[in-house]
Design a protein around this ligand. Structure first.
Ligand SMILES: *Cc1c(COP(=O)(O)O)cnc(C)c1O
Length: 382
């Protein structure tokens, strides 16, 4: 039998050979509230780009609206238009993608552009939403999107460049917030404080999830957590008391007795050193279970860790379950690959990547389920 005692919801029986991902929306709300408590007086928004880091922007938007979130961020106008029906009249800011062809999307879905260059500013003034609220992004040391320091100074020195615009949230983004002792954090903070004070900022925003932990001087008027909402890095989890949101389970399809020296999988890269049992599990790299997990990943079965044995294939992965009692490692049992025993951070490190990529790679072939307080809910009908 699958060991589900530690799960905050029930698992169905394995009826078809599909992995199942379960999103705990109560945990998501808990995490948003934990960030909000930590952020003190600053408003807490929510970054829901990339389909809410793979967790589903619709359901995530709906529960966060109910929890009191009023400001959302997505990557591009198409994501913003898809989010709009789920979040009522909340503010939706778009990190990138203001152009002549997307202007109508901004108008139709009531989206707020984040202007990243003088050219975008001109376009918005000429054809955009008149006095509608906007964001303005300053590059303070990451060399990604945004106005340069020089461009901000030119803008601030002009009598006309900023005329006729709506309320403006001035923003920037930290390059090294995951390393609290990196001096670049304070350099960016100082430059952002200086440059944003030259502009008629209605509000200011600097901190992503890790940046929030850097403390109150980094919070300004609004904080922009993404990863923390979805279960976070282990550092965020420890500091904020976050809960896992995404749980991934895959079914054991078959269990083999593998005598000593049996080779497993493509390339025969794993040879068992003792008489072993190998569980063949129905997920692979086509499901976002990275090939980098070959001979490196870990599953959780019947209260213990079981290692990936051999290479991950497209649809199948083999685990060495020799140390699990045979009756607890049977075809039809679930093996946990992400959840309370295996954090997104840990799984990322095992696969040579990071939690962000683990979440955004969650596969399209999964059965997706949402739970609130342990009960299944339909993602469409929240
Ligand atoms: C993605 C993103 C965030 C959220 O970052 P997390 O590290 O996931 O909290 C905030 N601001 C900007 C500009 C982003 O691109």
């Amino acid at each position: 039998m699958t060991d589900v005692t530690a799960l905050p919801f029930d698992m169905p029986s394995v009826e078809e050979s599909r992995p199942t991902v379960t999103f705990d929306l109560s945990a998501l709300v808990h995490n948003w509230q934990a960030v909000r408590s930590f952020a003190g007086g600053a408003e807490t928004g929510a970054v829901v780009k990339a389909d809410a880091y793979g967790c589903g922007a619709g359901p995530v938007g709906r529960v966060l609206i109910q929890a009191g979130c009023r400001t959302f961020f997505v990557a591009n106008p198409a994501e913003g238009a898809a989010l709009r029906p789920h979040v009522g009249d909340a503010a939706i800011y778009i990190f990138a993608g203001l152009s002549a062809t997307t202007l109508t999307t901004y108008a139709q879905a009531d989206l707020r552009p984040i202007l990243n260059s003088p050219a975008e500013l001109e376009l918005w003034k000429a054809k955009g939403g008149a006095l509608a609220p906007i964001g303005l992004f300053i590059d303070t040391g990451m060399t990604r999107l945004g106005f340069s320091a020089e461009e901000v100074r030119v803008l601030a020195g002009s009598n006309t460049a900023l005329a006729g615009l709506g309320p403006m949230m001035v923003m920037s983004h930290l390059a090294c917030a995951d390393n609290f002792s990196d001096p670049k954090n304070e350099q960016q903070l100082n430059l952002f404080s200086e440059l944003s004070s030259l502009l008629p900022a209605h509000s200011r925003s600097l901190a992503n999830s890790d940046g929030i932990l850097l403390g109150a001087p980094y919070h300004f008027d609004l904080v922009r957590p993404g990863l923390a909402l979805y279960g976070g890095s282990d550092a965020l989890t420890a500091q904020l008391g976050l809960e896992p949101v995404a749980y991934l389970h895959a079914p054991i399809l078959q269990v083999h007795e593998a005598p000593k020296n049996t080779c497993i999988g493509y390339g025969a890269t794993y040879k068992v050193a003792r008489d072993s049992r190998i569980a063949v599990v129905g997920l692979g790299y086509a499901d976002g279970f990275r090939r980098g997990m070959s001979n490196a990943g870990i599953g959780w079965l019947a209260g213990r860790e079981v290692p990936v044995a051999g290479r991950v294939s497209m649809d199948l992965t083999t685990f060495d379950v020799t140390d699990v009692a045979p009756e607890k490692a049977q075809a039809g049992d679930w093996i946990e690959l992400l959840g309370s025993h295996l954090s997104v951070d840990r799984v990322g490190k095992l696969g040579g990547t990071l939690g962000y990529e683990v979440l955004t790679s969650l596969g399209a072939r999964y059965t997706k389920r949402y739970v609130i307080d342990g009960n299944l809910v339909s993602g469409d009908e929240l």
